[in-house]
Design a protein around this ligand. Structure first.
Ligand SMILES: NC(=O)c1ccc[n+]([C@@H]2O[C@H](COP(=O)([O-])OP(=O)(O)OC[C@H]3O[C@@H](n4cnc5c(N)ncnc54)[C@H](OP(=O)(O)O)[C@@H]3O)[C@@H](O)[C@H]2O)c1
Length: 168
């Protein structure tokens, strides 16, 4: 079975989003997201899909929504988390990879944290206003397997550390 991997960029105050978008400008983290998810199925909430507005190249996008009328070209649409994961497993197998990437937002992270095998966390050194948050992590249940950074590209608004956590 493919592993369930959460990929998120999280501020010091837990914020991940504001007004339907990201609360920062961090092109290096977007590049990291692209590399981490490349060639893999990605599961996202409908609000996160709306904020991106199109399927991202080089990956398969699975959008979760309760809206039976929702359809967009180039993406899979499912009506529940269970259906998203079932399709994720199927697509991971077809793509020859062993990971299903859950890429947000807050609602999707909350719904999948308990079944996640790994979390790839970009910890952003900012505390911005937010209206979407990453769920609190119980660090007795997770162990850090790698840590990279601090990283900060020329065009990044702040530095960030990439931590990979696996279930303890
Ligand atoms: N920093 C990061 O790494 C990161 C990553 C991703 C997103 N974000 C930010 O996070 C914010 C969006 O997060 P969010 O929590 O507001 O929304 P979200 O998780 O992206 O999407 C929520 C929507 O997903 C659907 N959904 C959720 N649970 C479902 C379930 N169990 N069954 C069926 N459908 C379900 C519903 O869609 P319908 O309403 O259509 O039914 C719901 O309104 C944005 O600001 C975005 O920019 C940040």
């Amino acid at each position: 079975m493919a592993k369930i991997v959460l990929v998120a960029a999280v501020a010091r105050n837990g914020a991940i989003g504001v007004k339907g978008g990201l609360p920062w400008r961090l092109p290096s983290d977007l590049k990291h997201l692209r590399e981490t998810t490349w060639g893999r199925p990605m599961v996202m909430g409908r609000k996160t899909f709306d904020s991106i507005g199109k399927p991202l190249p080089g990956r398969e996008t699975i959008v979760v929504t309760r809206d039976a009328t929702f359809a967009r070209e180039g993406v899979h649409v499912v009506r529940s988390i269970d259906d998203a994961l079932a399709l994720g497993h199927e697509r991971a197998k077809a793509m020859g990879v062993d990971e299903i990437m859950v890429v947000g937002g807050g609602e999707l992270y909350r719904a999948t944290l308990d079944i996640a095998d790994r979390i790839v966390l970009s910890e952003v050194d900012l505390a911005p206003d937010g209206d979407a948050f990453f769920p609190e992590l119980d660090m007795r249940r997770w162990r850090e397997v790698s840590r990279t950074g601090p990283l900060r590209g020329e065009k990044d608004e702040a530095s960030f550390i990439v931590r990979v956590l696996e279930r303890a």
